[in-house]
Design a protein around this ligand. Structure first.
Ligand SMILES: Nc1nc2c(c(=O)[nH]1)N[C@H]1C(S)=C(S)[C@@H](COP(=O)(O)OP(=O)(O)OC[C@H]3O[C@@H](n4cnc5c(N)ncnc54)[C@H](O)[C@@H]3O)O[C@H]1N2
Ligand code: MOO
Length: 469
């Protein structure tokens, strides 16, 4: 009998987030802001455009003058203007983005004009073929961004466009939330470095450390590789002490949390900290353990410790479900939880009567009708299978029409928690309730996104574009 009560995954997530606080703030330069969460609002110190700017290459005119032949009394180029006012009966040459000279109230694009031979005194002349409306092809001051506008708010995540917006308003020193320092430790005497070849008796290569380091780094964390702890209390204790010394916010271990006599993580955490849960009703990941350590020698600050199960898929799933939201919250995310969408199953799923399951799947935008699910699954499995013969005759794929499409979830196959290939190409964890029997193909299920939908597989033939596009 385990000493730990089995709790639900939503309870586990709540407990983790309750013990997780956003980190303090730090000031970074523009290039260091990507992927960070702003701690302050960012305002515009000036207007954009800062002057009435031309939208076209052409001539700055007085609209009321209308079509006709005019002397060109000056030029306004982006970054360089003659400062000659346009008076009635005159025009000025202007380029896109350049300030509209004083006096002019419209721009006529060059396509609607014709250059004329110079006048008797060598003066440039042009024929305006189309009368302009006042304001035509001019961006008024502040029409893109008005002085004093809040362009980004505290709590917003800085992506690529936001970097451009920050640059536009001259915000080059930014207060952002700190990102967590995360250490990753594998455990187990059988676990050896990935470079080991051939494997000795009983050995397996350490998949979890590289995978969890990558996952934490992708979440924006500063990562520390803590190696592999041997299955002795002394060595494990030494590894924990080293992790504490590094000033980590989070320690992620894998392995050694189950019921074996060498599963030493829980006893160690019981001795040194507080275990908040040690079993979760979920598949995979049942022995998932979460603890906090109050570090007296570091001003009493808390370190979070996630004891992930050793089976690689269990580690992968648990990282996504509980560690990632915690890292996001520390980094300042207001909504750190995984995003949920709905998708239809392309194949029957066998239900687990004891534990709700996070079934790994690849979501695809697709119009597979339920009746053809088996064929669709087989076709997808073949497309994911490197060993499928490239010379086999392939049916010509047709682009899928736009109407009636929805997200379909293609199972990654055998879901045993040792088979990391079940996480290959997975962009979602399907939330499959615990029950007996089968969930039939075509059923609508909720799915937690664990990867970028922008990278999802392209359906055979692609998806048709908007009619008329
Ligand atoms: N009597 C019971 N036994 C087990 C139970 C249980 O309830 N009662 N739960 C099972 C479940 S569910 C899981 S999940 C595993 C978790 O076990 P541990 O966290 O203690 O992990 P280990 O025993 O250390 O390893 C399990 C498995 O994973 C391999 N492993 C470990 N570390 C790595 C690594 N870094 N890279 C690749 N593979 C790794 C290890 O060799 C084992 O095969 O416990 C069940 N047992
Ligand atoms: O819960 Mo364990 O993670 O089934 O393999």
């Amino acid at each position: 009998m385990s000493a730990y009560r089995m709790i639900s995954i939503p309870d586990a997530q709540d407990i983790v987030l309750t013990h997780t606080q956003p980190l303090g703030t730090v000031t970074v330069g523009l290039s260091g802001a990507l992927g960070r969460v702003l701690a302050d609002d960012v305002g515009a110190p000036d207007s954009l455009p800062p002057f009435p700017a031309s939208i076209k290459d052409g001539y700055a005119v007085i609209a009321a003058d209308g079509a006709g032949e005019y002397p060109v009394i000056g030029e306004s180029r982006a970054g360089q203007l003659d400062d000659v006012p346009v008076r009635p009966g005159t025009v000025a040459y202007i380029t896109t983005g350049a300030p509209v000279p004083e006096g002019a109230d419209a721009v006529v694009q060059v396509e609607d004009t014709e250059r004329l031979p110079p006048g008797p005194d060598g003066e440039r002349r042009v024929r305006i073929n189309k009368a302009a409306k006042s304001g035509q092809d001019i961006r008024p001051v502040g029409s893109d961004i008005a002085e004093g506008d809040i362009v980004l708010k505290a709590g917003e995540l800085v992506g690529v466009a936001e970097i451009g917006i920050l640059a536009t308003v001259g915000a080059v020193h930014l207060k952002v939330h700190s990102t967590p320092k995360v250490g990753v430790l594998s455990t187990g005497d059988e676990v050896v470095d990935p470079s080991t070849r051939p494997l000795g008796p009983g050995q397996i290569r350490d998949a979890n450390r590289a995978m969890l380091l990558a996952a934490a780094a992708r979440a924006g964390a500063e990562v520390a590789d803590l190696g592999v702890a041997r299955d002795t209390e002394g060595h494990l204790e030494g590894c924990l002490a080293a992790a504490i010394e590094r000033g980590l916010d989070v320690l992620v271990t894998s392995g050694g949390v189950s019921m074996g006599d060498r599963d030493l993580i829980k006893p160690l955490l019981e001795r040194q900290g507080t275990i908040h849960f040690g079993r979760v009703r979920m598949k995979p990941g049942k022995p998932l353990t979460f603890a906090t350590l109050a570090l007296q020698e570091q001003g009493g600050r808390q370190m979070l410790i996630f004891g992930l199960p050793g089976n690689p898929v269990s580690s992968f799933v648990c990282f996504n479900l509980v560690v990632l939201p915690a890292l996001r919250k520390m980094a300042g995310w207001a909504r750190p939880e995984l995003r949920r969408v709905a998708a239809r199953l392309t194949s029957d799923l066998k239900l687990d009567p004891e534990r709700p399951e996070y079934h790994r799947a690849t979501l695809q935008w697709s119009i597979v009708p339920p009746g053809t699910c088996a064929a669709a699954t087989a076709a997808n499995a073949a497309s994911l299978d490197d060993s499928a013969s490239p010379s086999a005759p392939q049916p010509q794929p047709q682009p899928q029409p736009l109407g009636a499409c929805e997200l379909w979830a293609i199972s990654t196959g055998n879901q045993i928690s040792s088979r990391l290939l079940s996480a290959r190409s997975a962009n979602a964890l399907l939330e499959i309730p615990s029950a007996s029997g089968i969930l039939p193909a075509g059923s609508l299920v909720s799915a937690l996104l664990i990867d970028d939908l922008g990278c999802m597989p392209v359906p055979p033939g692609g998806v048709a574009t908007t009619p008329g596009f």
